[in-house]
Design a binder for this molecule. Structure first.
Ligand code: AMP
Length: 511
């Protein structure tokens, strides 16, 4: 049990408020070990993976350092340089800085390849406090004179072993040669092969060494299953499943903020007390929602991954992946919300045909197949979705006060036993890994979005929405009581307007 507090590590306001706004109650082991040393200006060699809280371990002391020494920035320069192997990780780190530095005057930019340079050049033109970058684009901008690394005070090399595997090591060495010798350097790596140890020897000066393994959710206590449900059937299926399973406290994960809003409203209309939580909600609203969820007033919390960070509520009986995450590790993180404190829990993934490659990636990470869902509750849900598809005007089930369902879940079957839902109408047929699966959206669509919107210096806290605010599909249109589609709204509009807020954005994972 980690008894330290963020305060005892030397963090002060407003960082402490930012941390508690993120819902973190205690520092993770890597934070406990790293933060005091980093605040003292030490170099650090961290042997830690994603999932340990390492981003906050370096971001929080860096933000505190910047807040104490906000100076005018030189054009086309940065004071803090974070180098990460992939655009996804870079975007994630940048988003973390955004959250932890909310309300401050700290400026940021995030640059990576594969997208246009102009917005990045513009974002860097006046100089930024924190630049998060992938190596190639960073050197590209530097060689074109759009960026100087001569003012870097703190250099963070994240996931160094991955940079090595991806062939970036020469780029990393070049970056190190371009930053001032007098600097603070942090190097994180999940593994420490000889090449990384030698790099660490060259770039770090008398570092503090910290090594932690990720906190693994007790996956064996979680009963996992996957139900093959086509996208347009998911809502009706989920509603019926929540009712039919013996649910107590439920978390549902969606990919987008708008998706979370829409789903929470739909569940509410079906008589299931639900609320959405995401970064566009005010802090007050989030606190109210979390209080309601903890007290049981809200039975279903519909969350995006970023908003779900740090949510630590006991007694979550079921986690539903309404959409599969694009990063397989996120799946483990999501399902770990159940089965806390030794309790058991169920995790059900709703997988449509386009998501099959994502399921494969998850199974590869788990080194296990996720059992196909089977049993009475799933059968009820399948029939409800079918009925809803065939007669959209019909209610999935008459709304009734929610009590957590009367039916019992049959629990997941093994892959080989029990009837699978994979072959029914509305479910993908045939082999679950059939070649009929379309390529699922890979690579977070936020990448290009991030360049356009997030890479610009931002002081407003906004979550990256990994998809546009466009709901498609006729079944999502509102209907008149007689079942005809309601006029006057495109299927893409969502209740409450603002549906096309970011419609200019594009990306493979746009809903
Ligand atoms: P990272 O290893 O930086 O990718 O972080 C993994 C997850 O842990 C993220 O979802 C963070 O928001 C979350 N996290 C980081 N620090 C804490 C903390 N002290 N308490 C709870 N969650 C945390």
């Amino acid at each position: 049990m980690n008894e330290s507090t963020f305060e005892s590590l030397g963090l002060v306001e407003p960082i402490l408020s930012a941390v508690s706004a993120s819902g973190y109650e205690h520092p993770t082991p890597i934070q406990t070990a790293s933060i005091p040393a980093l605040l003292a200006g030490r170099d650090l060699l961290g042997c830690a993976q994603t999932g340990t809280g390492k981003t906050a371990a370096f971001a929080l002391p860096i933000i505190q350092y910047l807040q104490k020494s906000l100076i005018s920035r030189n054009p086309r320069s940065c004071r803090i340089l974070v180098v990460a192997p992939t655009r996804e990780l870079a975007a994630q780190i940048d988003t973390s800085f955004e959250g932890y530095a909310k309300g401050s005057r700290i400026t940021r930019a995030c640059v990576f390849g594969g997208v246009g340079k102009s917005p990045q050049v513009k974002a860097l033109s006046r100089g930024v406090d924190v630049l998060t970058a992938t190596p190639g684009r960073l050197l590209d901008l530097q060689s074109q004179g759009q960026l100087s690394l001569a003012n870097v005070e703190i250099l963070v090399l994240d996931e160094a072993d991955r940079m090595f595997d991806m062939g970036f090591i020469r780029d990393v060495r070049r970056i190190v040669s371009l930053v001032p010798k007098k600097r603070q350097t942090l190097l994180f790596s999940a593994t420490m092969p000889a090449d990384i140890a030698s790099l660490a020897n060259q770039v770090l000066c008398d570092p503090v060494r910290v090594s932690v393994s990720p906190e693994k959710p007790t996956v064996e206590l979680i009963s996992q299953s996957v139900a093959f449900v086509e996208k347009n059937d998911k809502r009706a299926y989920l509603t019926a499943l929540i009712r039919a399973q013996d649910t107590e406290r439920v978390m549902v994960f969606t990919r987008t903020k708008h998706g979370a809003d829409r789903l929470a409203s739909a569940l509410g209309r079906d008589g299931i007390p639900a609320a959405a939580i995401h970064a566009n909600k005010s802090q007050n609203n989030r606190t109210r929602t979390m209080d309601g969820f903890r007290s049981g007033e809200i039975r279903v919390l519909v969350a995006t991954d970023l908003a779900a960070r740090g949510i630590d509520v006991d007694g979550i009986s079921h986690v539903y992946n309404f959409e599969l995450p694009e990063v397989p590790e996120t799946y483990v993180h999501r399902i770990g919300r159940t089965a806390r404190a030794g309790a058991s829990g169920q995790a059900v993934a709703l997988c449509d045909s386009a998501e099959r490659p994502l399921l494969k990636a998850i199974e590869k990470l788990l080194r296990l197949p996720v059992p196909v869902a089977a049993g009475p509750a799933f059968e009820t849900a399948r029939l409800a979705a079918k009925a809803d598809r065939e007669n959209p005007a019909r209610e999935v089930e008459a709304p009734r006060p929610y009590r957590g369902g009367s039916g019992r879940s049959g629990g997941p079957s093994s892959r080989s036993s029990g009837p699978s839902h994979g072959s029914g109408p509305g479910h993908s047929s045939g082999d679950r890994h059939s070649s009929g699966a379309r390529g699922a959206p890979r690579g977070r669509s936020s990448s290009s979005l991030h360049a356009g919107r997030n890479s610009r210096i931002m002081e407003t806290g906004r979550e990256v929405d990994h998809g546009a605010a466009v709901a498609r599909g006729p079944r999502q249109a509102r209907r008149l009581p007689d079942g005809r589609p309601a006029p006057g709204r495109s299927p893409g509009a969502r209740p409450g307007g603002r549906g096309h807020e970011h419609s200019a954005r594009k990306g493979p994972s746009a809903e």
